[in-house]
Design a protein around this ligand. Sequence first.
Ligand SMILES: *Cc1c(COP(=O)(O)O)cnc(C)c1O
Length: 427
Amino acid sequence: MKLDKSKQLYQRGNKHLVGAVNSPVRAFGSVGGNPVFMDHADGSKIYDVDGNEYIDLVGSYGPMILGHNHPIVLDAVKEAIEKGFTFGASALGEIELAELIYENFSGIDKIRFVNSGTEAVLSAIRLARAFTGRNKIIKFSGCYHGHSDALLVAAGSGVVTFSLPGSAGVPEAAVKDTLIANYNDLQSVKHHFDEFPNDIAAIFIEPVAGNMGVVLPEKEFLQQLKELAHANGALLVIDEVMTGFRSTFGGAQHKLGVTADITCMGKVIGGGFPVGAYAAREEIMNRVAPVGDVYQAGTLSGNPVAMAVGKATLETLKAINPYDDFEKKAQVIEDTLLSAAKEKGIPLTVNRFGSMINPFFTDKKVTNFDDAKSCDTELFAKFFWNVMENGVYIPPSQFEAWFLNTAITGLDMEKLQEALRNSIKEL
Ligand SMILES: *Cc1c(COP(=O)(O)O)cnc(C)c1O
């Protein structure tokens, strides 16, 4: 594969951008080799600066559920942009996107839009603390909730990929109220409530983890967490930044039979523009300024172009209703990977949920972060480059989910299967 221009851009970028990137996973740290610089994308495909074409299973790490440049979304962008980039005032688009989300989530009366998933979750921490009058929060090892101080411990993919225990520059004081539990291990959560019965404001969780690779919650786990939280006067905050509108039109929480006290969103609801949101029932959200006493603000929050893209993305998704099709395609990918691995004699586990899927190079079932970390990451690195050589763009980390999009055609699926089979055969 020719990557000459990517190499040149990497050298040039490295001079004035840290690691030549603006988000660490893009540096390909855990798979080695030169990061690929992209030039353009269309539909199910993405093209690098050297002219290599890939079927895109990264989808910008989640937002691009309709593939790239969906005509309806593109028209919405153009129409919105002609009306001005940002007003610093309220506009119709914010109400429309809020209504669309409200109609498809239970347990939500009011929504606040922000600019990223990170911002959504850090605002939810502040709100949960204010509402309960408590300071401690519980998070799960391997779950990622953005890069805010309080949640940047045991934080999954990005951090593990770089073998950092957490992050430098996060003062102990900022994480002293963060308690870590193990995914799918209710006892590890109970333990914290036993130790701090009156101090825990909320449990934060990804309803299906996607930042240690895809890890599903065991049956009833989320319901049990909610009961445990409520029995102890705490809230359940479900972080749907990745999962929202990915496995069903609404939240993964609905598919899994639980309703959060506070829900965080991002990625798909912005359709590729910077949007995050947090939402809850009125009693909780009315604590947020200007109605309440929890301050949170943003110059570009509810940006009119981003709102228009979010609305067009959700409306198009609703019309297409691709969720059964995602399920079928993910099943085909799982079968392909498993049969190729079996033939080659390589241990492989595949986890998936809706349009999120990923293979783990291990013979274990992967139900928590320790299981995920038992994978052969060196083998993954080889596999990654084989897959790229075969014309498919997947995340450059064992611990990131692959994302399906609605632009993937039957022909793409055939190419994809062949690419995955070849990539395993060539290991
Ligand atoms: C991506 C992600 C975030 C952070 O969102 P950003 O927009 O990258 O700040 C938070 N939580 C989850 C579950 C995510 O997948």
